[in-house]
Structures are given as structure tokens and as C-alpha cells.
Ligand binder design. Structure first.
Ligand code: HPA
Length: 267
């Protein structure tokens, strides 16, 4: 399947990215600000998963960012849409086969840690993914990676420090923390968030960890940033809505775009 998909891509472009970038909720318009060399909608790629989430337009955008050849994934698919783990990580694996070696993941997340406030940027130091099925469920494709991959440094210290340096230069404060992926699509209960805090989570969301898992399996160097779009259930005094998540993501988008651009220049 991946081979067929790569053949399709190669009929359209011979662009060989060095970097892959996944744009999360409300952050998709970064792609409008780069010079796009080629765009491939996911729905044109054979057997490719197409997102049902309203704000996730699915396509690969090939562009140069700060002189670095980058494939941008605008829109992602989620487990809560009913896709299998394998389908969810298909875009990541295909980006790797295109030649990308470094991956930056972004998302909107609910803040749990007391050091986090709405609108903060949090670099992921680690994740907890054991409440959702592994990206590597099913037969192992040995051409991608080993059956039992090590996960002791999912988020590269080198790339993370490149993000922090970029943030310093742009005068943007960066928080650090552990991301917990839950299945969704419902937001959590207060009891679930109390549990999340007890087990060491600083932020919660419905994506990213599974992608990071697949990315490490197939040899990507990975980093990730969450935009804290809301305080998690029970910490927030008001019910959580997807409108709040999007409103915050849109509000911080200009700073976020500056940070991503500068960070990619440092990779
Ligand atoms: N919970 C889960 N996913 C999220 C949240 C949240 O509070 N905010 C943004 N994505």
C-alpha cells in the first residue's frame, strides 16, 4: 500500500523533503504563508485515509521553509473518527518514504499542569500513549522498523532544544511537559483529569503520541509542540467546547507560525 502511494506521489513530484511538519487544530493556515511548490490532496492518493474533522483539510504541501525542504501535512486523521491505528499513521510513514528525516508535530491540547495557562506553547518532553492502541498494532513491516522499538527518547533533545532556541530569539516563552493521548472524541471527565495529573500528564489531547510512536519506529527524529487551547475539564470552571479550542489556536496562530518557521531554520 505504501509503495503504491509513493509511486502515485512520485508521478506528481520528485520533491524530496528533509523535514515533515504536521499542523494541528486551528493551526492549518500556516500553510497559506509559505511558497507552495506542490499540493497533493489526500483524497487523490490511493487507499489514503481522508479526515472527517471539519477543520482538518487533508493534503500534503511541499514547500521550502527557511531554506529547508519541507512536506507539510495539513490536517490529520484521528482514532476517534474510526480509523485504525495503521490508517492514522499512514501520512507519517509516507512522508518518511518520501525522504523526510525530521518530524515536527503540533496540536492543541488541554492544560493540566499548574505551570500551564491558556495560550501557552508546550514542547513535549515525553508522552503517555498506553490508553490508546499502539500505532504498531498488527503485522510488523520490517522495511519500516523493528517489531519492538525502543521509546526511551521519543522527542529528540536536539530538536527540542532547537525549538527553545527559536523561542528565545522570538521572545516567546516555552513550557515543557508530558502529553497524554486519550481516544476522544468526548472531552474528559474531571475524574479522568485527576487521574491524568496523578500519572504525570501535563497536557491532554487526542492525537500526536500515536504519530510520534510510528515516526520513531520508522526512524524519524521527532519533536512536538502543543498549544494549550483550554484548561482541562475540572481545572476549567466552564464546560470545554471545540469553539474554545479553535478560538485560542487561531488567536495564538501568528506567534505559533513565527516559532515554527524559526525552529525549522534551526533543525
Ligand atoms: N482534551 C482533549 N483534547 C483536547 C483538549 C482537551 O481538553 N483541548 C484540545 N484538545
Amino acid at each position: 500500500m505504501l509503495k503504491k502511494q509513493l509511486d502515485y506521489i512520485r508521478k506528481i513530484t520528485d520533491f524530496e523533503p528533509e523535514i515533515a511538519l504536521v499542523l494541528g487544530s486551528g493551526l492549518g493556515d500556516f500553510a497559506q504563508e509559505v511558497r507552495q511548490e506542490c499540493v497533493i490532496p489526500y483524497c487523490d492518493i490511493p487507499e489514503f485515509p481522508v479526515s472527517t474533522a471539519p477543520t482538518h483539510r487533508g493534503r500534503y504541501i511541499f514547500a521550502e521553509i527557511q531554506g529547508k525542504k519541507t512536506v507539510i501535512m495539513q490536517g490529520r486523521v484521528h482514532l476517534y473518527e474510526g480509523y485504525s491505528p495503521k490508517q492514522v499513521v499512514n501520512p507519517i510513514r509516507l512522508a518518511r518514504l518520501m525522504g523526510a528525516e525530521k518530524l515536527m508535530l503540533t496540536n492543541a491540547a488541554g492544560g493540566i499542569g499548574e505551570h500551564l495557562k491558556i495560550g501557552d506553547f508546550m514542547v513535549l518532553e515525553d508522552h503517555i500513549s498506553c490508553f490508546v492502541p499502539s500505532a504498531l498494532t498488527g503485522e510488523n513491516d520490517e522495511s519500516l522498523g523493528v517489531r519492538f522499538p525502543d521509546m526511551s527518547e521519543v522527542y529528540s533533545k536536539r530538536l527540542t532544544s532547537a525549538i527553545c532556541k527559536a523561542a528565545d530569539k522570538c521572545n516567546i516563552e516555552i513550557k515543557h511537559g508530558v502529553y497524554l493521548q486519550l481516544h476522544g472524541p468526548n472531552f474528559e471527565t474531571p475524574a479522568e483529569i485527576r487521574m491524568a495529573k496523578l500519572i504525570g500528564a501535563d497536557a491532554v489531547g487526542m492525537s500526536t503520541a500515536i504519530e510520534a510512536q510510528a515516526a520513531r519506529h520508522c526512524g524519524f527524529e521527532v519533536c512536538a509542540i502543543s498549544v494549550i487551547s483550554n484548561l482541562a475539564c475540572g481545572i476549567s470552571k466552564t464546560p470545554i467546547t471545540s469553539e474554545e479550542v479553535e478560538e485560542t489556536a487561531n488567536r495564538v496562530a501568528p506567534l505559533f507560525k513565527k516559532l515554527v518557521r524559526e525552529a525549522i531554520g534551526n533543525f
